[in-house]
Ligand binder design. Structure first.
Ligand code: CA
Length: 248
């Protein structure tokens, strides 16, 4: 999927492009409204409203007048009126700065699902390893998947941020919960270290990645079996349900 990023600020456009590339999006970046209007048509447009030459609202209106390309506006917090006007002139969604790459990717997927259902791709970044299977996984019923997720003896409630293992409640720190919830978003899928840092810490987290290892270790300890979180050498981690029968 090819995105057109219309953003004049290099400090935002640079890291954003890198982050989106990591999620598999190709990004063409332009810094003015004029170049946005003369750029080849993309699959989706990320449009900053504060541009140096033309008002982003006018860019949005012009784009919409000639195509049905999905448009997500990127606004500063103070531009509440702009958001309303932007949606009126045909933007599909808006996002307020500051935002994380993960949040933006979620919006891109949601907008794509709405406008081009056939283009929607599942969230797993990398395919599960060959021979990988999750015999204990119980699929949630539609509409309940964000309620309580069951993975063998483990239950995760994103609504209450509660986790139980074999019926016993686990006490996790907020980051440990976020880490577990992130891995459990796509059980068996490999998440790269950077994807996890983007999602659980901060999209611009440039601190020591040792932080991630510390949290993985703590989570493994609390889950009582290190094989819950498998290390994928040189890439990252994935969640697997241990099949040692310890939980019957
Ligand atoms: Ca701007």
């Amino acid at each position: 999927m090819r995105l057109l990023l219309v953003e004049d600020d290099d400090r935002i456009a640079g890291p954003l492009t890198e982050g989106l590339n990591r999620y598999g999006f190709a990004v063409d970046r332009v810094g003015t409204g004029g170049s946005a209007l003369s750029a080849p048509e993309a699959d989706l447009v990320l449009l900053d409203l504060g541009l140096p030459d033309v008002d982003g609202i006018d860019v949005c209106r012009a784009l919409r007048a000639r195509s049905s390309v999905p448009i997500i506006m990127i606004t500063a917090r103070s531009e509440e009126t702009d958001r309303v006007v932007g949606l009126e002139v045909g933007a599909d969604d808006y996002l307020s700065k500051p935002f994380g790459v993960r949040e933006l990717v979620a919006r891109i997927r949601a907008v794509t699902r709405r406008t081009h259902p056939e283009r929607h791709t599942p969230p797993s970044a990398l395919p599960p390893a060959p021979g990988d299977s999750l015999p204990h996984t119980v699929q949630a019923q539609p509409g309940q998947e964000r309620r309580v997720q069951r993975l063998g003896p483990l239950t995760i409630s994103r609504r209450t941020r509660g986790v139980t293992l074999g019926g016993q409640e686990l006490t996790l720190t907020p980051k440990e919960f976020d880490l577990l919830a992130q891995l459990a978003d796509d059980p068996g899928a490999v998440w790269s270290r950077q994807q996890i840092l983007d999602a659980v810490w901060d999209p611009h987290y440039f601190g020591p990645t040792r932080t991630l290892d510390v949290h993985v270790s703590a989570l493994r300890r609390k889950l009582g079996d290190p094989s819950w979180i498998a290390t994928v050498r040189g890439i990252g981690f994935r969640l697997t349900v241990p099949d040692d029968g310890a939980y019957g």
